[in-house]
Ligand binder design. Structure first.
Ligand code: GLU
Length: 315
């Protein structure tokens, strides 16, 4: 079976333009933490004269909140962050003009089939509880059991494991050995594809050259890089922005009751996000329109000024 990424390879050879993305999960409205990730990835793409795409990561259907995807897209527009589209990233069936993961199940099945032919996939019946009892690291218990795929989780066995990568902001970043070496789940027992697999398939299919996202995903990056290696596709570069956390050190998220940002009055939140990302804000910015603020942000965006902490408390 030929590589499912062959058509993308010729695109990579001829395309040298920067391509970035923002990939929100529609589990709720945007909050300040996700605004920072959106803004950072947008400014970095535009500063590099690149394109910026939005991808709705709604693969985990049980966690989706009805209407959240539309709400997120409307909020991005009201904050002056308008996303690009092209033939690689936009499917004719999609009216949002951005990639929506739940519309790409066939594509993920195709890639999974490829991994099965490479003999890299096996079924696993271990429960979360059992793995926890064994020290919370899965050590390949089911690897040689030849269990049926149906009704079981599917794990990938990697021939080469990546344990470190060079983050654009944080420099050389190592992953815990046991975590990087774990045969992780690519398709869940409930038949849903796992984030780890689909994020890589989508970033490859969209021709993403640099991933800018929150530092909470930094520990997962090595696993994604191991998949790139397995697919024999050159990986993008990675820049992990500091994570906005609350008083208890928890990521601002819907689960932690972060309040949604107010898209009816975007300027104060936008300026607050500029400040979070160390842009040289000043009083007169209040007088600019949202579009002028965005242009100001692109002009003053500077990766070398970004804070290097992995977490920043936001009052
Ligand atoms: N969908 C993930 C989130 O909302 C982001 C994944 C990524 O940027 O790779 O946290």
């Amino acid at each position: 079976m030929s590589s499912p990424f062959i058509s993308q390879q010729s695109f990579f050879k001829t395309n040298t333009q920067y391509r970035g993305r923002f990939a929100p999960s529609p589990s709720g409205d945007l909050h300040f933490g996700s605004l920072v990730a959106a803004l950072g990835s947008f400014l970095q793409a535009k500063k590099n004269d690149g394109q910026w795409f939005v991808r709705i990561e709604d693969i985990d259907k049980p966690r989706e909140q009805l209407g959240a995807a539309e709400q997120i897209l409307a909020t991005l527009n009201s904050f002056g962050m308008h996303w690009d589209t092209d033939s690689l990233t936009h499917s004719p069936t999609d009216n949002q003009r951005c990639i929506v993961q739940s519309q790409r199940i066939e594509r993920y099945e195709h890639v999974l089939e490829h991994l099965i032919t490479l003999d890299r996939i096996y079924a696993c019946q271990c429960t979360r509880k059992q793995i926890k009892q064994l020290g919370d690291v899965y050590t390949g218990t089911c690897r040689d059991l030849c269990l049926p795929f149906k009704g079981n989780a599917l794990r990938v066995q990697l021939p080469n494991v990546i344990t470190a990568f060079e983050d654009v902001l944080h420099g050389m970043t190592h992953s815990a050995h046991s975590f990087a070496h774990e045969d992780f789940i690519v398709k869940r027992k409930d038949d849903l594809f796992a984030y780890q697999l689909v994020v890589v398939v989508d970033d490859i299919d969209q021709g993403i050259t640099e991933v800018v996202r929150g530092a909470d995903i930094m520990p997962l990056t090595c696993r994604q890089l191991s998949l790139y290696q397995l697919f024999d596709v050159p990986p993008p570069s990675y820049l992990h922005l500091p994570l906005a956390v609350n008083q208890s050190g928890l990521k601002l998220s819907k689960q932690n009751h972060a309040s949604p940002i107010n898209s009816a009055n975007p300027k104060p939140e936008l300026i607050k996000a500029f400040e979070f990302l160390s842009l040289p804000i000043h009083e007169q910015l209040q007088d600019l329109t949202v579009d002028e603020l965005i242009l100001w942000g692109i002009k003053h965006w500077d990766v070398s000024r970004l804070p290097k902490q992995q977490e920043i408390y936001v009052p």
